[in-house]
Design a protein around this ligand. Structure first.
Ligand SMILES: [Zn+2]
Length: 121
């Protein structure tokens, strides 16, 4: 999962250098519900509202369930070649679904909650 904000200088989505898992964590990390970032591309300082930061899956997280699925399929085909049963293909599918769901729930957890304070309208 990575955090993305829109730079007001170049109007492009930029990745925020943060490991925060929730907006609350981001507020305590940055010290407020609004914080300043320096865009590494246009070099302009932009004030970002934590509520305008969104979590997205990284490209590796998007691919991971598929890689795990096909990897596990190949593994099963190689090691259970002689007594291979079609129902074995449910195992990689379940693993891929579990991985995909856990990544998705992290992204949702971040995006679902909003920070409300007296200075935010
Ligand atoms: Zn910029």
């Amino acid at each position: 999962m990575e955090l993305v904000y829109t730079c007001k200088g170049c109007n492009k989505d930029r990745i925020l250098d943060s490991d925060s898992k929730t907006r609350e964590e981001l507020v305590s990390e940055t010290g407020g519900s609004k914080f300043e970032v320096n865009c590494p591309f246009c070099k302009k300082n932009t004030v970002i509202d934590v509520n305008h930061v969104n979590a997205v899956k990284t490209s590796s997280e998007q691919w991971m369930p598929y890689i795990v699925y096909f990897g596990t399929c190949i593994f099963l085909l190689l090691f259970f070649a002689k007594q291979f049963q079609i129902f074995l293909l449910i195992i990689p599918l379940l693993i891929a679904i579990i991985i995909s769901t856990s990544i998705q729930s992290k992204v949702k957890l971040f995006n679902a909650n909003r920070i409300y304070d007296n200075n935010t309208k």
